[in-house]
Design a protein around this ligand. Structure first.
Ligand SMILES: [Zn+2]
Length: 80
């Protein structure tokens, strides 16, 4: 009967040690992924007239899918 008690104790110790080893081998939890950034880098486009780079949201579209920094440059480029 004493043997059985020791056997159970040994199995318990092995079980606990295995659990600890698995926990130690597991990589630490990574910090929250920064995939969902609040501010995404906005794509820049160049003005077809002067070549200056402006955010795509501020660009003015003209004929032939060209983009301009201002309505003046759009008018100048279209008339020229
Ligand atoms: Zn321009």
């Amino acid at each position: 009967m004493r043997f059985l008690a020791w056997l159970v104790l040994a199995i318990l110790v092995i079980y606990v040690m295995r659990k600890k080893m698995i926990a130690a081998m597991r990589p630490p939890p990574s910090p929250p992924a920064q995939a969902q950034r609040s501010v995404e880098g906005e794509s820049m486009v160049s003005c077809a007239h002067c070549g200056i780079y402006i955010p795509a949201s501020e660009a003015l579209s003209g004929p032939h899918d060209q983009l301009y920094c201002s309505s003046e440059h759009r008018a100048l480029h279209v008339s020229s």
